[in-house]
Design a protein around this ligand. Sequence first.
Ligand code: IYR
Length: 228
Amino acid sequence: MSTTNQDEKYVPLTGYSRMPEEVMREELETLRDRLSRRRSIRMFSGDPVPRDIIETAIRTAATAPSGANHQPWHFVAISDLETKRKIRAAAEEEEREFYGGRASEEWLDALDPLGTDAHKPFLETAPWLIAVFAQRRGGEQTGQDKKNYYVTESVGLATGMLITALHSAGLGTLTHTPAPMGFLTKICGRPKTEKPFVLMVVGYPAKDCQVPTHALIKKDLSAISTFV
Ligand code: IYR
């Protein structure tokens, strides 16, 4: 029984052509150079970013591979100031508990070089917050209620592509994960079967934006890879 509305189970691969190795190297160097300039920023300008740019970034993220192609993600893009204020208030409440005792000494020590604290003004300043949700149930078609597979892996891949798309558009980002993030379900009006995955903060860096030197430390290829 066919489970798709396509007539054929397979179609020829289109839109693909091999590139010469020299071109591969150039393309990769260009991409590596571009992505290596991405920084997580915590000081955002209030300058607006048009909605269609956020839409295209979300469409790009949604091209990610996913378990059984169920696309188990939902993106809530928030520019409404009242909603951003609610998210900031709820996040700061959780963060105050985190920094005030819930986090272990070891965790706080690990965060010390980043200089983060419970104060999250960027949740209000940045023009867009994108709350990414992971769906336990769904299916390849809108409105289905089948079991989803490899949900965390799939949503992680889509989030990586979202951050890449936003960075490629010249926007600054922060992957923010106030823990626990349950408040996002309520504020964003999502069903309880969806788990908040990450809150992506999006906008232009503030003019006086600074980033921690700690984040500039990158491991060498020999430390992160093994070729057999
Ligand atoms: N969610 C907190 C703490 C935090 C945790 C990690 I791991 C980070 O890499 C950064 C921050 C906060 O956003 O401040």
